[in-house]
Design a protein around this ligand. Sequence first.
Ligand SMILES: Nc1nc2c(c(=O)[nH]1)N[C@H]1C(S)=C(S)[C@@H](COP(=O)(O)OP(=O)(O)OC[C@H]3O[C@@H](n4cnc5c(=O)[nH]c(N)nc54)[C@H](O)[C@@H]3O)O[C@H]1N2
Ligand SMILES: Nc1nc2c(c(=O)[nH]1)N[C@H]1C(S)=C(S)[C@@H](COP(=O)(O)OP(=O)(O)OC[C@H]3O[C@@H](n4cnc5c(=O)[nH]c(N)nc54)[C@H](O)[C@@H]3O)O[C@H]1N2
Ligand code: SF4
Ligand SMILES: [Mo]
Length: 748
Amino acid sequence: MKRRNFLKGVLYGTGGTMAVMGGFGTFNRRDPLKAEAISEDVETTVFSSCEMCRNQCPISVKVRDGKVFKIDGHPNDEAFGGVICARGNAGPSLLYDPQRIKKPMIRTGERGEGKFKEVSWDEAYTYIADNLYKVKDEYGGEAIALASRKGPHDWFFRSIGKALGSPNVFSHEATCPMARTVALDTTFGNEAFAADYGNAKYIISIGRNWFEGIHVAQARAVSKALSNGAKLVVLDPRFSVTASKGEWLPIKATTDMAFVMAMANVMIQEKLYDESFISQYTEGFDKWAEEVKDKTPDWAEKETGIPKEKIIRISREFAAAKPKAILDFGWRTGYATNDYQLRRAIMIVNMMIGNLEVPGGYYRTKPASFLKDFPDQAAYAKGLGNVKQPSFPTPTKGRIDGTGVKGTLGQIIPAYDGAVGQIVESIITEKPYPIKAWLVHRFNPYISITGSPRVLEAFEKLDLLVTCDVYMTDTAYYSDVVLPECTYLERYEPVFDMSGLTPKYVIRQPAVPLVYPDTKPYWQIYKELGEKMGLGDYFQFKDMEDFITQQLTSTGLTLANMKEIGVWTPPGMKAFYVRANDAQASLDNVLGNKSKKIEIFSQEVEEAAKQGVPKYVSHPQPEEGKFRFVQGKVAVHTNAGTANIPILNELMSTNSLWMNTVSCTKLGLNDGDDIVISSGKYEQKGKLKMTEGIRPDTVFCYHGFGRISPELKRAFGKGINDNYLIPNEVGEIGNTVTSTTFVTIRKA
Ligand SMILES: Nc1nc2c(c(=O)[nH]1)N[C@H]1C(S)=C(S)[C@@H](COP(=O)(O)OP(=O)(O)OC[C@H]3O[C@@H](n4cnc5c(=O)[nH]c(N)nc54)[C@H](O)[C@@H]3O)O[C@H]1N2
Ligand SMILES: Nc1nc2c(c(=O)[nH]1)N[C@H]1C(S)=C(S)[C@@H](COP(=O)(O)OP(=O)(O)OC[C@H]3O[C@@H](n4cnc5c(=O)[nH]c(N)nc54)[C@H](O)[C@@H]3O)O[C@H]1N2
Ligand code: SF4
Ligand SMILES: [Mo]
C-alpha cells in the first residue's frame, strides 16, 4: 500500500465555501506515533463505515503499527467518491480520546451528583436485570421505556424491552425526519424515497442545508448539479452555507407552506403542471386545486415576506425544468406543529411536475426485495436474510404516545418510531400510565429532546435510568448505570442495507483491537444482558461474524467477501428508475398503498385530522422586541455527539447567537457581547454574533452545545443549549417542534 496524500479527499463545508481541501495535519502532531517515524511496511487498509454521524459513509481506514492514523472515503463507492466530511476525518480523535468512558459504572451519590463506582460487566448486568424485573413486577413491562437513535443496534437493544413486554420502544425520529416520513407514508404508502440531486436542473431547498447538515453523497450530488449549471433556490431565515450557493430567500420561519401553495396556485393558473402524470398516477388533485385557489402569490407575499414576483418567477422556472426539478422534502422536519402537512404539500407540488422515477427527480429506493418484481432486474435481487428470533410477548397495554389509535393522529405515527418526547411527559405526569425505567442507547435526550429542564425533571423521577454511550454524556451523568460501548472503529456490526438506485450493502468491521479493553460492542452488551435476564433465546448467534454469515446466506456473498470489498453493489447493474424509458410505466410496485395511486387526497389523514389535502395554518409571528429562535447543524459537529471530541472541539468549542445587525443596533448590542437569552421561564447565557445573514426578526444558534456533564471536560459549560429554551411541546404527529419559540435578548 502506497502512502496516500494527506491532502486528498476531505469534504469540508464551512463559512460560505465548500471545497475539497486538506485533512487534519494536526493528527500527526497529536499522535504519539509520528507519521515520519513509522515504516510504510506495516500499513494496512480496513474497509468499514463511519459513525461520526448516522450516515454510515463507507470508509477506508489506514492503520499503522496497530493504530488508526487516517481515514478516507471508500475508493470504490461512486456516490461518495472516496470522500468523507470533517467529522468523519476526526474518527481517530474519538478513538484515542482519554475522556471516553472505559468501564461500566453504577451511581453511588445522588442522581446528577456525578458520583459513580466502576464495576464489572457482570455487576452492571445484575444491577440492571434486578431493577428491570422489579419495575416489571410492580408496574408491568409497559413501565419500561427504551429510546435509541435509529440504527442497526435496534435489533439487539429493542429485544430487551420487547421481551419484557414493553410496547414503549422509541427511535429518535420524532426529533428529526418524522414529519417527512409521515408525509411520504400517507401520500405514497411508503417512506423509502430519495432525491436524485445529481441529475437535477433546478433545486429548491426549504431549509435543507446540504453543506452543513452533511450527507456526503447528497452534498456531492448537489455540487455536481451546480457544476452542471443547475439553479439552486434556498428558503431559509438565515444565510446558511447552502444559501450562499444559490438564490437566498430569507423566508419567515413556519410560513413555508404558503410559498409551496402559491407555487401550486401559479402552476395551476398558468397550466404549467404535467396533466397526464396527474391523471394517470394520482387521486384527489381537484381537491388540492380547490384548496390552493385563493393561495395567490399576493397572499403568500404577506405570509412569507417573499415578494410575489419572485414566487411567480420561481414557480415558472421550476415547472420549466420538469421533470428534472426537485422541491426538496427536507431532512430535519419539525419547524412548526403541522410540518407533516408542509411535507405533503411539497411532495404534491413535486408530483405536479411528474418528477417520480425519472433521472433528476424522486425515486423509491431499490433494495433487493423491490427488484424481485421486475423481470429485467430480478437477477440483481440478492436480499439480506434475517437472524431468527422467537416472537415477543404481546404487550398488555397500548403505547404511551397513542401510536396506532384509529381515528386520531396517532394512527399515522410510524409504530417503529413513536413520539419520543412523550417518554418525558409520561414519567412526569404518569399519564396514560407511569414510566419507571428508561434505557437509552446512542441518544442524549437532555440535549436532543425539546425542553431540557423537563427532561431533567423526568430523570429525577425514574427508578432506573441506564445509558449506553461512548462518553459520559449529560444523560449518562444522570443515570444509575452507564455502559461504555467501544467505538465504531473497534467493532463489527450487522451488514447494512444502503440501497439507492441500486441495492448496496456496507460492512462495519474493526480496524483495530479495543483501545480500552473493558468496553464492548452493543451486540455483545445486549446479548449478555439478555442472557443474564433469561432472555437468551432472542439472541441466537454466537458472535457478529456468525450474525453476518446468517445475514449473507441468501446473497451468495460471504463474510470474507464483504470484509475484503467493504461495499457491495450488484456488478453490472445500472441506476434503475422505473419510468426512465417509459413515461407511462406502472408505479404499482413503487406505491405501498391499497389505492396504488399517489394520494394527493389522503383518506387516512382525513380520518385522523380532517385534513385530507394539506391546509394552511398560520403560525404566530414575533411581536416587537421578541425574536423567533431557530437552530441548525454545523459542518464540524454532529448533533449531541461531538462537542467533546478533541479535534472537533478545537475547531469549534462553542456556539453563539446570530442576530441581525439592525436588531443589534436597536438593542444597543455589539458583536461578541455576553448576552442572556430568555424564553420566559428559562434562560441561557451566550455570546452574540452580529451578522447580516439572518432576518431581523429571527435569531439562530448551532445545535449541540451548552453541556452540563462535567465529565465532558472540553465541552462542559460552553455555549447555548437551544433545547433549554424550547418547551417540550410536540407537533400534531408527536414530532418535536423547534422553530416556534420566541425569545428576548439582553446584555448579561
Ligand atoms: N455536519 C453535520 N451534518 C449533519 C448533522 C450534523 O449534526 N452535523 N446531522 C445530520 C442529521 S441528524 C440531520 S437531520 C441533517 C439535517 O440537515 P438539515 O435539515 O439540512 O439541517 P438543519 O441544520 O437541521 O436545518 C437547516 C436550516 O433550517 C433553517 N430553518 C429553521 N426553521 C425554518 C423554517 O421554518 N423554514 C425554513 N425554510 N428554514 C428553517 C435553519 O436556519 C437551518 O439553516 O444533517 C445531518 N448531517
Ligand atoms: N432544538 C433542536 N433540537 C434538536 C435538533 C435541532 O437542530 N434543534 N436536531 C435534532 C436532530 S435532527 C436529531 S437527529 C437529534 C439527534 O439526537 P441524538 O441522537 O441524541 O444525537 P447524536 O449526536 O446523533 O448522538 C447521540 C449520542 O450517541 C453517542 N454515540 C456516538 N457513537 C456512539 C457509539 O458508537 N455507541 C454508543 N452507544 N453511543 C455513541 C454520542 O456520544 C451521543 O451522546 O437531535 C434533535 N434535536
Ligand atoms: S457524513 Fe461525515 S460524519 Fe457522517 S458518516 Fe459520513 S463521513 Fe461520517
Ligand atoms: Mo437528524
